[in-house]
Design a protein around this ligand. Structure first.
Ligand SMILES: *[C@@H]1O[C@H](CO)[C@@H](O)[C@H](O)[C@H]1NC(C)=O
Ligand SMILES: *[C@@H]1O[C@H](CO)[C@@H](O)[C@H](O)[C@H]1NC(C)=O
Length: 339
């Protein structure tokens, strides 16, 4: 959905809530407090946005909005953390370069980061009137499986996709694996989370089984939640734009396939995943979802893009992630092995 058409429809359709907001980069670092709490370094590199309470360990009983002093998100009551893997370009000489992130349409000036959505209905249903229950303090979830390398495996997840951006406004089609041709305006990685919660557990051992997809149909078609997971929550979605434009010279591409690789050594794209640690202050998310909010949300406090960009977090962890690298951080040095 193009930003401008969302805005135009908002005027036409007095509706309930659809939040769409930008968040600048907080940090790019090899830690993962959801899957590998306490482990530094974690197995692969992540890019993280949101509140600066983000840390190697994030105890679910801690009050995240009270611990954080700033957030990189446009809605300044949102101290949640959102993260994904990091995209690299592999050059013909076997070295790797991190692909820069750029902000989405409407959030120009933000430093890298992602666009986050909380939706009550599928994007095609502009009314957005279905009632949803906001996540609770301590809630976390993961979607996607970093080790998956085939379509058969990743079919388990719905709607973890890529959009090859011909222009910054391209939104269709989406593919489950990496685009196979150069994308002039970058590759957008889309991660959509399930929308049915068991109503009891804030997390689960695999960080997924407390959540489920609708029992029949889809979130978009208004499919009902299963009895095991009866509570309908907002659909959380991340869009990350990887600016591949400086790596689009076909002379630098492998003879077969494409040159991009996720930080967990995934050249297929099927291992894409997203992590979420809820951290909205007080009842602000529920209030927003119960209000008339379309992209912008008057019931929420917002901050300027320069304030978003000022919030950062340094994790005392010394690892080179910029420039041409012999290996992706945490992975074996394949360039040297081949030599
Ligand atoms: C982050 O974690 C480190 C190591 O566990 C700890 O020393 C530090 O105080 C934590 N920082 C914050 C802001 O919580
Ligand atoms: C490897 O290839 C990249 C891209 O062409 C180039 O910028 C870099 O200098 C090369 N590194 C070495 C060690 O040759």
């Amino acid at each position: 959905m193009h930003w401008k058409s969302v805005t135009a429809l908002a005027l036409a359709a007095p509706a309930s809530a659809l939040l769409r907001f930008g968040c600048s980069q907080l940090v790019v670092v090899r830690i993962d407090p959801l899957v590998n709490p306490g482990l530094a370094p974690s197995p692969h590199l992540h890019q993280i946005i949101g509140g600066n309470a983000f840390n190697i360990t994030m105890d679910p009983s801690k009050d995240i909005p009270a611990e954080a002093t700033c957030t990189t998100c446009q809605f300044s009551e949102d101290f949640s953390n959102y993260w994904t893997a990091v995209l690299f370009f592999k050059a013909p000489n076997g070295t790797y370069h991190r692909v820069p992130q750029i902000p989405n349409l409407g959030f120009e000036g933000a430093k890298g980061g992602m666009t986050v959505y909380y939706m009550q209905d599928g994007l095609a249903n502009y009314q957005q009137t279905s009632k949803v229950t906001a996540f609770k303090p301590g809630f976390r979830q993961l979607i996607g499986e970093a080790s998956y390398r085939s379509k058969a495996q990743s079919r388990r997840f719905r709607q973890i996709t890529y959009t090859c951006l011909e222009t910054p406004g391209t939104r269709f089609p989406e593919s489950m694996d990496f685009p196979t041709k150069p994308c002039a305006a970058g590759i957008m990685a889309n991660v959509r989370f399930p929308t049915c919660w068991d109503g009891k557990n804030l997390d689960s051992p695999d960080h997924m089984s407390h959540m489920a997809y609708p029992e029949s149909g889809t979130f978009e078609s208004g499919g009902p939640c299963p009895a095991s997971h009866p509570v309908r929550v907002p659909q959380l979605m991340y869009e990350t734009i990887w600016d591949t434009s400086s790596f689009n010279d076909k002379a630098l591409w492998p003879a077969s396939g494409q040159p991009f690789v996720w930080s967990m050594d995934d050249t297929t794209g099927f291992g894409s995943h997203g992590d979420y640690v809820f951290g909205w202050k007080d009842d602000s998310l529920q209030r927003a979802m119960d209000s008339t909010c379309y992209v912008n949300c008057p019931t929420l406090k917002t901050q300027s893009i320069s304030a978003m960009n000022k919030c950062s977090k340094s994790i005392p962890f010394d690892e080179k992630i910029d420039g041409w690298l012999e290996a992706i951080p945490g992975l074996p040095d394949t360039a040297t092995q081949k030599a």
